[in-house]
Design a protein around this ligand. Structure first.
Ligand SMILES: [Mn+2]
Length: 353
């Protein structure tokens, strides 16, 4: 298991590589060319420069989160082959830079969705939270405006203003896309990129949908064990794998997180391990990583990863906002560093017992 920390790049993140270097047990960062737009081919020089910057700080790039997928690939538009071609070029560039893990998602229009970016908790911290009854009252355009206004001035991952400016057109484009078509379009994409993944040994790790059900009537396909197994089997290549994200799959209490780990054994290339607190169906908030603070048994999750032979990349996920920190919501230094230390502690105890 390789403990890592997500970092958005020196232009976009409130956290420095020097700070990350001081978190015990963290030697790798998960990063991206944050300014790039979905559909663009990444330039070798830019990736090499990012790599050099990370390595100068005594760290390494453990993987990319994310190389985003152009909406035309997801909708299956005529122009998708052009964008897949660019995606393949980007993977080639990453492979040549010695980067072997790429996280991505296949969610229509919106990446993750929350109804509140700063919900106060009893301990005085604030967290990201979701309430389906609130989401049901919001029209999708207002959704972006309300999230953007509370982002502390940071661009939120997956909510790039350039894309959100075309939100009406995006919803139109997805109108004929059923759950089945979206799945077929994912398989088409995966089959096209497997040869370059084989050539450079790049593990693709699809991120589950967050939350794990359709939002705003848009289809969602990576939501539970059945769908994940279907996706892994549809393109049965080791390089077609999963980002096992407890915070996304766990939004639905019916998902058996340890069961999903066992079902995806050998194909989990990346793990996002954190805790949620479930208040009621469709209503949850993020919690500290500690089991006692939320609804998940974090020991059981780490133990199942360990016992199924997981040897991939792991990172703490969204943290609470604590100790007066101002950062991108969910991506402060303090609570995620506590999360990394806790996960490392669980892992050491599991290994030694
Ligand atoms: Mn995640």
């Amino acid at each position: 298991m390789e403990m890592t920390f997500r970092w958005f790049g020196s232009k976009y993140d409130s956290i420095t590589l020097e700070q990350i270097r001081q978190i015990p047990g963290v030697r790798g960062v998960i990063t991206t060319l944050y300014g790039s737009k979905p559909g663009e081919a990444w330039a070798q020089e830019e990736v090499n420069a990012l790599k050099a910057e990370v390595e100068q700080a005594g760290l390494k790039i453990s993987g990319i989160e994310s190389v985003n997928i152009h909406d035309d690939i997801k909708t299956g538009a005529a122009s998708r082959d052009k964008y897949i071609e660019n995606y393949i070029k980007t993977l080639e560039v990453l492979g040549k830079a010695g980067i072997h893990m790429v996280c991505y998602n296949f969610m229509p229009v919106f990446d993750w969705t929350r109804s509140n970016l700063a919900k106060p908790r009893k301990d005085g911290s604030t967290v990201l939270a979701y309430d389906q009854s609130v989401i049901d009252q919001i029209d999708p355009e207002a959704m972006f405006a309300s999230l953007d206004a509370k982002s502390n001035g940071f661009v939120l991952p997956g909510w790039e203003p350039e894309r959100m400016a075309h939100i009406k057109e995006l919803f139109e484009a997805y109108k004929p896309v059923t759950k089945e078509k979206l799945f077929d379009n994912l398989v088409y994409f995966l089959k096209a990129i497997m040869p370059v993944c084989d050539k450079y040994d790049i593990n693709m790790a699809i991120h589950p949908d967050d939350p794990a059900w359709p939002v705003f009537n848009l289809p969602r396909i990576i939501t539970n064990e059945e769908q994940i197994v279907k996706m892994l089997k549809a393109v049965d290549n080791k390089h077609n794998g999963l980002t096992f994200c407890t915070g996304s799959l766990g939004t639905n209490p019916k998902n058996d997180l340890c069961g999903i780990i066992r079902a995806a054994k050998g194909r989990i290339h990346f793990a996002h391990v954190r805790n949620l607190y479930h208040e009621a169906p469709g209503k949850f908030e993020e919690a500290a990583h500690l089991s006692a603070d939320g609804s998940f048994d974090m020991y059981a999750i780490m133990k199942t990863l360990h016992d199924t032979g997981f040897d991939g990349i792991i990172r703490p996920d969204h943290g609470r906002t604590i100790w007066g920190e101002v950062s991108m919501p969910g991506y402060g230094l303090y609570d995620r560093a506590l999360g990394a230390a806790y996960l490392n502690g669980l892992w050491e105890a599991i290994e030694k017992s």
